[in-house]
Design a protein around this ligand. Structure first.
Ligand SMILES: NC(=O)c1ccc[n+]([C@@H]2O[C@H](COP(=O)([O-])OP(=O)(O)OC[C@H]3O[C@@H](n4cnc5c(N)ncnc54)[C@H](O)[C@@H]3O)[C@@H](O)[C@H]2O)c1
Ligand SMILES: [Zn+2]
Length: 384
């Protein structure tokens, strides 16, 4: 019998809003994104909240309850679930199960919504649960850290293992004011990343505003988040591989070593802090291999330092061997396995110009680490 070749094309559309005070009674964004989806209602909502935001904003739960009470198309399925923030929430199935149980207990269907507000870790956890319940309950993400507003919370994937585009993303700048300095800074690394691989004028903007960004000025931060989100979303939509079937991953610039460093430091480093080091390493490698002009390399390190990143950690000085699981170089092996197929690393040939490479030389990686160690010593001397 003849083979039938099935072909299904799907278009995914979702808005990424930028607002302030999403749960203020007169803020229309959340209510209108739900009622614009279809007629009828009310729609059941299950809120999942990062404890980090609840602790710093007493009254948040009551504010959400009042918002839903004031909008007849929104029905709270149960009081908001509050889960711990940060990496721990992803490292056990416990919280995914709590969300799944609430979805089932309160009768959420595929026309209901999980609304999750929090950092990237909580968004990943609740997004994973929502995407597996009933083959996908609608998800509205309200990212509350810089990194989740400009990178992890706006895309189509989730680090717990599924591709699942959200129904909508609502970036509320007001949440950023309660971040600790580390979490404010951490997300800036992803903006430097997209600037380096795609947009030299965005890099210049970041250089010009490095001091303001480091001292928590909100105007440049809002512009940073908007531009960084725009570049990420554009890449996902037009890069030709939204669900990452191939092995090229330009948005993973600096990430092969960053993922390994997060692991090696037992998550002492935040994701963005590890990415800053990973980018410094791959920029240094690009320079030492003759691809990137030295003047560009100096600008890259200077920007990362001006924003306040430390570009060297003792773990970089450990053994360097690809077969040793505890070695940084093992990160290359893990990255290749994760991509599937061929190793594909983004390096730089200029600011705003990423290039794909398929191998890295161990000797040059060693030299790059030594360069970073000496640059860090000089930076410390300048600081005293
Ligand atoms: N899905 C993706 O594509 C993707 C991409 C990159 C990273 N990630 C994941 O994102 C996570 C990192 O996300 P992150 O940088 O947002 O950190 P995070 O989620 O670990 O949060 C850091 C801390 O900030 C707290 N917090 C959150 N919002 C706050 C606020 N407004 N005020 C005060 N404290 C607040 C949290 O409680 C937590 O303690 C990692 O788990 C990483 O794997 C996912
Ligand atoms: Zn990242």
């Amino acid at each position: 019998m003849e083979t039938i070749h099935q072909n299904v094309s799907l278009a995914f559309r979702y808005p990424v809003y930028f607002t302030e005070g999403v749960f203020e009674p007169d803020n229309p964004v959340l209510a209108s994104t739900i009622s614009s989806a279809e007629e009828g209602g009310p729609h059941k909502l299950l809120f999942v909240l990062d404890r980090g935001i609840c602790d710093r904003r007493p009254g948040l739960v009551q504010q959400i309850e009042a918002y839903c009470a004031a909008h007849p198309n929104l029905e709270l399925a149960r009081p908001p679930l509050i889960v711990p923030g940060g990496e721990g929430v992803k490292n056990t199935p416990q919280y995914v199960n709590v969300v799944l149980e609430a979805i089932s207990e309160f009768g959420l269907c595929r026309h209901s919504y999980v609304v999750v507000a929090g950092g990237g870790a909580v968004l990943d956890m609740a997004g994973y649960a929502a995407s597996t319940a009933h083959r996908g309950v609608r998800l509205i993400r309200i990212p509350t850290t810089v990194l989740s507003q400009n990178d992890s919370g706006i895309g189509v994937k989730n680090f717990l293992g599924v591709f699942a585009p959200p129904h909508a993303v609502i970036n509320d700048f007001a949440f950023l004011s309660t971040l600790v300095d580390r979490d404010w800074r951490s997300g800036i690394a992803e903006a430097v990343k997209v600037a380096l691989i795609k947009d030299a004028s965005f890099f210049e903007f970041l250089e010009e505003h490095a001091h303001g960004l480091a001292t928590r000025e909100s105007t440049p931060m809002r512009r940073l988040i908007h531009r960084c989100a725009e570049l990420h979303l554009h890449h996902i939509a037009s890069g030709g591989d939204p669900f990452e079937a191939g092995s090229a991953r330009p948005l993973d610039f600096g990430h092969w070593s960053a993922h390994k460093l997060e692991q090696m430091t037992r998550f002492r480093l935040r994701h963005g802090e590890a990415v800053a080091i990973g980018m410094a390493l791959d920029a240094t490698y690009s320079c030492l291999s003759g691809m990137l002009p030295e003047a560009d390399w100096r600008r890259i390190l200077a920007l990362l330092e001006d924003v306040g990143f430390e570009l060297y950690v003792p773990e970089l000085g450990g053994p360097l061997s690809r077969s040793e699981p505890e070695s940084l170089l093992h990160g290359l092996t893990e990255f290749r396995e994760h991509l599937g197929g061929r190793l594909s690393i983004t390096l730089l040939e200029g600011i705003g110009r990423g290039v794909e490479a398929h191998e890295m030389e161990d000797e040059l990686i060693r030299d790059s680490i030594a360069e970073l160690a000496s640059a860090a010593t000089q930076a410390r001397r300048r600081a005293v």
